[in-house]
Write a new protein. Structure first.
Length: 436
């Protein structure tokens, strides 16, 4: 009887609902169906029947990719194939039509969003550096007000964490979701390096109440929902490193439409890491720290049980001619030799293979002719790439996921990022932003 009543209630919503004339109407109707616990296919059919011809199939795909995010989230990314299949079932589209609409919809993040870098606009996979988030904040032992972080949206607030108590935060916005979002934030840290599995992360707790999830605060320092385009900052989390070793700070957001964003529930693998970091607009990293010594030790992982090929890139920015750079692991599996910088924007690369489930340290040495450290305006961005040659189990899948099918046609290897780490000159180096 209870099920019958519920079905009647759903049918009454359709029978009494008004015509959908605008994109806002479409969002409102879809959210209403979601809150009534309709399956996405039923909701999709209903909004299609209610919509004027001005509402397109692409509009429907876009809206459903945001409202029914949990339905389309497949372990580490929004899966366009699920949305496509459901559009065929609900709307009677051909496979080719539905695939086109679904792929287009999944190219833009809709929902709780933080930036991987200052130029990040939410395109998927994200463009540019994946681990230079301007939205992760550390102010050592001095707390910050949300208004400071929100009003100065394009400024980086980052001081290298000190041993002991640090206050950390994450900024977040409602990106392209026409509705309100009640967002929660989680924050973690791990050893500085590349391809760290979630099992190596340490969860941070909030300053107020030792909670694993923090509220998002608005300009008035009160928690609240974010409407389309609104910006907020999390309440403070404690971060208590025990040493001066370099660390990476990570943040992940959840809302009622995207509850499945739980990185600690993701099993470790190179594939999961590379896809999660590039396809999740509600998760960000900050791996930017100043050089303290000529030698910087960074942790490096091969999360798979097979021998895999990798590349370590170094993009030098304003590094003086005559400096040298080298990469070397204690077991010599990584050994670039000493490379002399001959131009201030030099690109350095070394390839290597690591055995299954490898975990070790790579020593990155950067110094001037007389042992000098990097000068004030210099930086070296280090990126670890997973090299997938033709014949690798993930070769075709990687080419499809990262829009690299031209490499398959030319039988070239596909390279996917497993994270980056930036070593800067002076302590107060920041990514240059624009004032609002």
């Amino acid at each position: 009887m209870e099920t019958l009543v519920k079905e009647q209630s759903k049918n009454e919503i359709l029978a009494t609902s008004t015509e959908i004339r605008t994109i806002t109407d479409l969002w409102n109707a879809t959210i209403e169906y979601y809150k009534e616990s309709l399956y996405d296919t039923d909701a999709m059919y209903n909004v299609y029947r209610r919509s004027t011809p001005r509402i397109t199939f692409q509009d429907i795909a876009n809206v459903f990719s945001g409202v029914y995010a949990d339905t389309y989230w497949n372990v580490v990314k929004m899966d366009a194939s699920i949305l496509s299949k459901h559009m065929v079932q609900a709307l009677g589209l051909s496979d080719n039509q539905a695939t086109l609409y679904a792929n287009n919809a999944m190219r833009q993040w809709r929902g709780a969003f933080s930036r991987n870098n200052i130029s990040d606009t939410g395109s998927i996979p994200s463009q540019g550096a994946y681990t230079q988030s301007i939205d992760i904040v550390c102010n050592q032992d001095s707390p910050l007000m949300p208004a400071q972080l929100i009003e100065n949206w394009n400024n980086e607030f980052w001081k290298t964490p000190t041993v002991g108590k640090n206050y950390i935060y994450v900024r977040v916005q409602n990106k392209d979701f026409v509705g309100d979002l009640a967002i929660k934030a989680q924050m973690f840290y791990t050893t500085g390096g590349f391809n760290q599995p979630p099992s190596s992360w340490i969860q941070c707790l909030t300053v107020d109440g030792d909670k694993q999830e923090g509220d998002i605060l608005l300009l008035d320092n009160k928690s609240g929902v974010l409407n389309l385009g609104d910006r907020g900052a999390s309440e403070a989390f404690y971060f208590n490193p025990k040493s001066t070793n370099h660390v990476c700070v990570i943040a992940a957001m959840r809302d009622e439409y995207f509850v499945k964003n739980d990185p600690l529930g993701i099993s470790g693998s190179n594939w999961n890491s590379t896809v999660w970091i590039t396809h999740n607009g509600a998760a960000v990293w900050h791996n930017v720290n100043p050089q303290v010594n000529a030698n910087t030790e960074l942790r490096i992982f091969n999360q798979d049980g097979t021998n895999e090929k990798f590349i370590l890139n170094a993009q030098c920015r304003n590094v003086p001619v005559g400096y040298t750079i080298s990469f070397e692991s204690k077991d010599k599996l990584i050994n670039s030799g000493e490379i002399t910088i001959k131009k201030d924007s030099q690109f350095v690369q070394t390839e290597f293979a690591l055995p299954g489930y490898y975990e070790g340290d790579v020593d990155v040495k950067i110094e001037g002719p007389n042992g000098e450290l990097l000068p004030q305006n210099a930086a070296v961005e280090l990126t670890m790439l997973w090299k997938l040659p033709k014949g690798h189990d993930f070769y075709t899948k990687a080419a499809e996921t990262f829009d690299a099918l031209d490499l398959v046609r030319n039988e070239r290897s596909v390279l996917t990022s497993l994270g980056s780490y930036t070593i800067t000159g002076q302590e107060n180096y920041t990514l240059k932003g624009q004032q609002n």
